[in-house]
Ligand binder design. Structure first.
Ligand SMILES: C[S@@+](CC[C@H](N)C(=O)[O-])C[C@H]1O[C@@H](n2cnc3c(N)ncnc32)[C@H](O)[C@@H]1O
Length: 344
């Protein structure tokens, strides 16, 4: 037995009334210990640090209709927000497979869901890319899924933590990988990409209107931190209004993130494998956050309907209502589409 005293660790101090940096927000990151503080943050329309608010939950439950005994695949487990709502509806006999590429957040989410009472017979977590959904299903179940959900992009936990390299607000290493153990960081990617290729990436991944100018200024640059990249983007657009430059900063970050994580390739593979992963009458819902993703989902669902693979698809995009947009600004750009596998 080790009797050595546990060294006392000081809480991170911050000046002023409210913590500003992610690592100082220790109360928000421990909701079980500080429920009142966390509720105040939620009431003010913000997402507590280290958490993620699920989007369009009621609408997703309505189109997916998860029921007792169903086999569900949540392709993007994230904080487990959607899964937390779906799991109680599967009892008795149902099961949910939660997939996520992120090796840092996945064990935390698994622990939270276990703590909430979902044992291995009803919930299992799988660290993998959702492009591999067919292999996971083949390994885990003798039958296809009744329900599949994908909530694309990054979680608030990933976005808010400067150490992950997605943050526009606080400096951190320019990484942006959902799985930091795999592939190239955004910093390496940027230093090796050619200007022509990067222009394509900015246009295709983020509809960036200054793609030509920005690609010339940024491609091939060595840029270790997120702040340095923000400064390079701002400097490349010297005569533009501040709001326009701010939008370009957001779009460059988005385009880089999509490229580094090969997000469109993974989505295309998921869309291709969906029909074989769904049983007769099975339902799929996909939540996307920008036009590059939504175009792909729309095209795949329409092609599936024409081919008779899907019996029905959403005719309109489902969007967050005014109340949700106010309560959770990250829901503003969300677009939900669904499809139902045909019965034969
Ligand atoms: C928007 S969050 C999902 C949030 C979740 N629905 C919730 O309510 O907590 C997206 C998650 O998908 C994961 N992800 C994104 N692309 C992925 C991929 N190709 N394969 C597996 N996971 C992916 C990210 O790591 C992130 O955790």
């Amino acid at each position: 037995m080790n009797d050595a005293p546990v060294p006392h660790r000081r809480r991170p101090r911050y000046s002023g009334k409210n913590p500003r940096r992610f690592e100082q927000k220790y109360k928000e990151q421990a909701p079980a210990l500080y429920p009142e503080e966390v509720q105040k943050i939620l009431n003010s329309g913000k997402t507590p640090a280290g958490a993620h608010r699920p989007i369009l939950v009621a609408e997703i439950l309505q189109v997916l209709r998860p029921s007792p005994g169903d086999l569900v695949v949540d392709c993007t487990l994230g904080y487990g927000g959607h899964s937390r709502e779906i799991l109680p509806l599967l009892h008795p006999g149902g099961r949910l497979l939660g997939l996520d590429a992120d090796p840092i957040e996945l064990p935390r989410t698994e622990a939270r869901l276990r703590e909430a009472g979902f044992g291995p017979e009803t919930f299992s977590a799988h660290r993998c890319n959702f492009a591999g959904i067919a292999a996971v299903l083949a390994r885990e179940s003798p039958r296809p899924a009744d329900v599949i959900l994908a909530d694309l992009g990054v979680s608030s936990m990933q976005l808010d933590n400067p150490a992950r390299g997605f943050s526009l607000k606080h400096n951190g290493p320019l990484d942006m990988r959902m799985n930091p153990n795999k592939g190239q960081s955004a910093s390496v990617f940027l230093s090796q990409v050619g200007a022509e290729k990067f222009q394509e990436i900015l246009e295709e991944n983020a509809d960036e209107p200054h793609a030509l100018l920005l690609s010339k200024a940024l491609a091939g640059k060595r840029c270790a931190g997120t702040r340095e990249l923000v400064q390079l983007i701002q400097a490349a657009l010297p005569n533009r209004p501040a709001e326009e430059r701010e939008l370009s900063v957001r779009r460059v970050f988005q385009a880089l993130r999509i490229a580094v994580n090969e997000e469109f390739g993974a989505l295309d593979t998921l869309l291709k494998h969906l029909p074989q992963c769904l049983g007769a009458g099975g339902r799929v819902a996909i939540l996307s956050f920008h036009s590059g993703e939504d175009r792909r989902v729309k095209k795949a669902f329409e092609a599936g309907l024409q081919a008779g693979v899907y019996g029905e698809i959403s005719l309109e995009i489902i969007k967050a209502g005014e109340e949700e947009r106010r309560a959770n600004p990250r829901s503003k750009s969300a677009k939900l589409r669904w499809a139902r596998r045909s019965d034969c």
